[in-house]
Design a protein around this ligand. Structure first.
Ligand SMILES: NC(=O)c1ccc[n+]([C@@H]2O[C@H](COP(=O)([O-])OP(=O)(O)OC[C@H]3O[C@@H](n4cnc5c(N)ncnc54)[C@H](O)[C@@H]3O)[C@@H](O)[C@H]2O)c1
Length: 295
């Protein structure tokens, strides 16, 4: 039986990965400290669940024993809270990631998949391709991209097999809807449910590549279970849909009751993933298009 460990396991994306691993018959160790400002946490009762801080080496190290695959998602996962509290974001995303990598290394884990972000592309022109230089516009981006460098360093220096995923905008079931900084589709759905006007930031013309959470899960599982040449580890792979849509268009599809609110600092105009690399190396491609799904 394969054994997997998921950090951020009770969060939006992590909880879906846990469910899929359980379905596939893996023994699953799930770690989450419930620190996110999410409306709910999703613990799968069939996993071994630990409410712990990933930064705490003493308390978590033994959980990595015998683990084949580590899926590392625990993070300060939102841009605006990281702008408000950069020290927390940098501590969690850098020290937390180093602790996960060190525990994985000590336990001889076969593969670590690190959930990073397209925000590392900053103002690079779309479509974003992995060869573009990093451009970090906020503490979230800096701290997550530092996590990527730590993964690469653990591969180069310690031969730990790491794979770095840059997710674009993830949406789907369990997306947090709490507060003003939740992912935009979740906020719009909450506002519709409450019969409030949808709040479109700026002019709503920002373009986003939305990728469905089931495609994210599929990318994680596909890559974990693939055998590839060592040269493909320590590298960045875009995980997006390869198509984009304006925020205003999304709002209109959810409700015709919407208003505009002031723009925010530190957020880019356009995201669009070039997904040729992950297609070529791991044979993954997305199955769900936002244009064909009920929101
Ligand atoms: N959702 C997106 O659109 C998106 C886009 C790009 C990248 N990502 C990345 O994917 C990952 C998961 O994102 P998500 O949307 O599921 O976020 P999320 O906030 O729902 O999940 C993260 C989970 O990590 C937990 N956590 C935070 N600090 C922890 C700590 N110190 N110890 C243990 N657990 C801790 C939180 O309680 C939360 O449940 C994050 O690393 C994020 O940066 C997400």
């Amino acid at each position: 039986m394969k054994k997997s460990l998921v950090t951020g396991a009770a969060g939006f994306i992590g909880s879906h990965i846990v469910d899929k691993l359980i379905e596939l018959g893996h023994e699953v160790v799930a770690i989450d400290n419930e620190s996110a400002n999410n409306d709910f946490f999703y613990w799968n009762p069939k996993a071994k669940n630990y409410k712990l801080d990933i930064c705490n080496l003493q308390e978590t190290q033994h959980l990595y024993e015998g683990v084949d695959y580590v899926f590392h998602l625990a993070a300060e996962s939102r841009i605006q809270p990281a702008i408000e509290n950069p020290i927390n974001a940098v501590f969690l995303n850098c020290v937390g990631t180093t602790t996960v990598l060190q525990c994985s290394r000590m336990a001889n884990v076969k593969k670590v998949i690190y959930s990073s972000t397209s925000s590392g592309y900053g103002m690079n022109p779309a479509p974003n391709v992995e060869t573009q230089p990093d451009e970090c516009l906020n503490p979230y981006s800096v701290s997550k991209i530092a996590g990527e460098k730590l993964c690469k360093m653990y591969t180069d220096l310690f031969q730990l097999n790491t794979v770095i995923f840059r997710y674009f905008n993830v949406y789907g079931d369990r997306s947090p809807t709490n507060g003003q900084y939740a992912p935009v589709i979740g906020i719009f759905q909450r506002q519709r449910a409450n019969k409030e006007p949808l709040t479109v930031v700026g002019t709503g013309q920002k373009l986003r590549d939305f990728v469905h959470v089931s495609d994210i899960v599929d990318a994680n599982i596909t890559v974990a279970l693939s055998e590839v040449n060592a040269m493909h580890y320590g590298q960045v792979y875009n995980v997006g849909s390869g198509e984009n849509i304006t925020i205003l268009e999304i709002a209109k599809r959810i409700s015709d009751n919407y208003i505009f609110i002031p723009p925010r600092i530190g957020e880019v105009e356009t995201t669009l993933a070039n997904i040729e690399k992950i297609k070529k190396v791991f044979g993954w491609s997305p199955k769900i298009s936002i244009n064909k799904i009920q929101l």
